[in-house]
Write a protein that binds this ligand. Structure first.
Ligand SMILES: NC(=O)c1ccc[n+]([C@@H]2O[C@H](COP(=O)([O-])OP(=O)(O)OC[C@H]3O[C@@H](n4cnc5c(N)ncnc54)[C@H](O)[C@@H]3O)[C@@H](O)[C@H]2O)c1
Ligand SMILES: O[C@H]1[C@H](O)[C@@H](O)[C@H](O)[C@@H](O)[C@H]1O
Length: 337
C-alpha cells in the first residue's frame, strides 16, 4: 500500500488532540481524515488546520463517508466497548486508548467479537512498552545476564487530578499502566493484588485517598510494590527499580541535564505524561500504523486489555476490602497465543 491510511480519531479531548497533532505532523503512512466528537465545536476546531479532514458527531457518520481505513479511540473508557464493537463490525484496525474497557466482563465481550472476526484488529494504548527506558529494562531482564528478576519497585506520581477523578480511578486510570508494564517486563500474568491505604495527603480532593500502595504478585512469585500518588504536586514521575539476582536497575527517575551552579544542584521535573512519554506515544502510533498497513497489530492487543481489566477489577475490590484478591483469567484463546 502506498497511500496514507486514512484515520478517524474518535474523541478530540486531551489525548485525542495530542494524537491528531502527532498523526498530522510526525507519523509516516497515515493522515487524519475524520475527527468525531460529541462536542461539534471541538471536532470542527480539531479539523480546521488539517486539509481534507472532516468533522462528525458519531463514528457511524464517519464510516458512512467512505473515508476511514483505521480508527483511533480516545473517548473516556466507559464508552470504549460500544465503539470497539462498531469498529470491529467495519473490520477496521483500531488503536484503543487505555483502558480497553473498564471491567473484565465487557473486555471479554470485545475478545469474543474479535475472535468471531477471526483476526486481531485491536491495539491498546499502553505506551510505556514503547518508552526507550522500559524497552531497555525489558531487554536487560529477558537477556538474563543479571539473573532472574525478583522484585519491582514502581513509583507513579502525578502532579494533580482533574475534576471527577474518583478513588477507583487511581487503580483503573493510573495503576492500569503498572498492570500492563509488569506483565510486559515479566512476561507473566499477575496472580494477586492488595491495596494498602496509609496516611492520606491533605492535598487529595474529597473522596480520594491518596497515596495508595498496591502490592502485586506474578505467576512465578515476582513481587511488585507500586506507590500511586496522584496529587504529588511537584510534577510527573514514572519510575521503576528492578531487583535481579545479580544487579539493581533503575529507570525513569530523572530527566534532562542536572546542573550545579551558584551552590545549588538540580534539573527540571517533567510536568506531565505528554512530556514524559511524548516519544513513546510517537513510536506507539507509528508501530500501529506500520502494522495496520500489513494487516497486523503492532503492540499490546485485546488479550492484554482483557488481562489488565481483570487486574483493575480485582484492584478496585482490594482497595475496598484491604484484602489480597486473587486474579483469575479465562483461558487464553488461540488467536492470542
Ligand atoms: N495513554 C495515556 O497515557 C493516556 C493519557 C490520558 C488519557 N488516556 C486515555 O485516553 C482516553 C481519553 O482521555 P482524555 O483525557 O483525552 O479525555 P477528555 O475528557 O479530555 O476527552 C474525551 C473526548 O471525548 C469526547 N466524547 C465524549 N463522549 C463522546 C461520544 N459519545 N462520542 C464522541 N466523542 C465523545 C469528549 O467531548 C472529549 O472531547 C481515555 O480512555 C483515557 O484513559 C490515556
Ligand atoms: O490517564 C492518565 C494517563 O494514563 C497517564 O499516563 C497516567 O500517568 C495518569 O495517572 C492517568 O491518570
Amino acid at each position: 500500500m502506498t497511500d496514507n491510511l486514512r484515520v478517524a480519531v474518535v474523541g478530540a479531548g486531551r489525548m485525542g488532540a495530542d494524537h491528531i497533532e502527532r498523526i498530522h505532523s510526525r507519523i509516516v503512512g497515515a493522515r487524519v481524515s475524520a475527527v468525531v466528537d460529541i462536542d461539534a465545536e471541538r471536532a470542527r476546531s480539531a479539523v480546521a488546520q488539517i486539509p481534507g479532514a472532516q468533522a462528525y458527531s458519531t463514528p457511524a457518520e464517519a464510516y458512512a463517508s467512505g473515508t476511514v481505513d483505521a480508527v483511533l479511540l480516545a473517548t473516556p473508557g466507559f464508552l470504549h466497548e460500544d465503539a470497539l464493537l462498531e469498529a470491529l463490525e467495519q473490520d477496521l484496525p483500531i488503536l484503543c486508548e487505555k483502558p480497553l474497557t473498564p471491567d473484565a466482563e465487557s473486555s471479554w465481550r470485545v475478545i469474543e467479537a474479535e475472535q468471531k472476526l477471526g483476526r486481531q484488529r485491536i491495539q491498546v494504548g499502553f505506551m510505556r512498552r514503547f518508552d526507550a527506558d522500559y524497552a531497555k529494562l525489558g531487554k536487560i531482564i529477558s537477556g538474563g545476564d543479571l539473573g532472574e528478576l525478583l522484585m519491582l519497585h514502581c513509583r507513579h506520581r502525578n502532579p494533580g487530578t482533574p475534576e471527577g477523578f474518583t478513588n477507583e480511578m487511581l487503580i483503573n486510570d493510573s495503576v492500569v499502566h503498572e498492570f500492563d508494564v509488569v506483565r510486559f517486563l515479566t512476561g507473566e500474568e499477575i496472580t494477586s493484588v492488595q491495596v494498602r491505604l496509609g496516611k492520606a495527603s491533605r492535598n487529595a480532593p474529597e473522596g480520594q485517598h491518596d497515596p495508595q500502595q498496591v502490592l502485586l504478585e506474578t505467576a512465578s512469585g515476582v513481587l511488585i510494590d507500586v506507590e500511586i500518588f496522584v496529587n504529588a504536586q511537584f510534577g510527573y514521575e514514572v519510575a521503576t527499580q528492578a531487583s535481579l539476582e545479580s544487579g539493581i536497575v533503575d529507570i525513569g527517575a530523572d530527566h534532562g541535564p542536572v546542573t550545579r551552579t551558584a551552590g545549588r544542584v538540580g534539573g527540571d521535573v517533567t510536568p506531565g505524561f505528554e512530556e514524559r512519554f511524548g516519544d513513546a506515544y510517537d513510536r506507539e502510533i507509528q508501530s500501529w500504523i506500520d502494522a495496520a498497513r500489513r494487516g497486523e497489530v503492532g503492540g499490546p492487543n485485546a488479550w492484554d486489555g482483557y488481562a489488565t481489566a481483570a487486574c483493575c477489577e480485582a484492584g478496585v475490590r482490594a482497595q475496598a476490602s484491604g484484602e489480597k484478591v486473587a486474579i483469575e483469567l479465562n483461558e487464553k484463546p488461540e488467536l492470542y497465543r
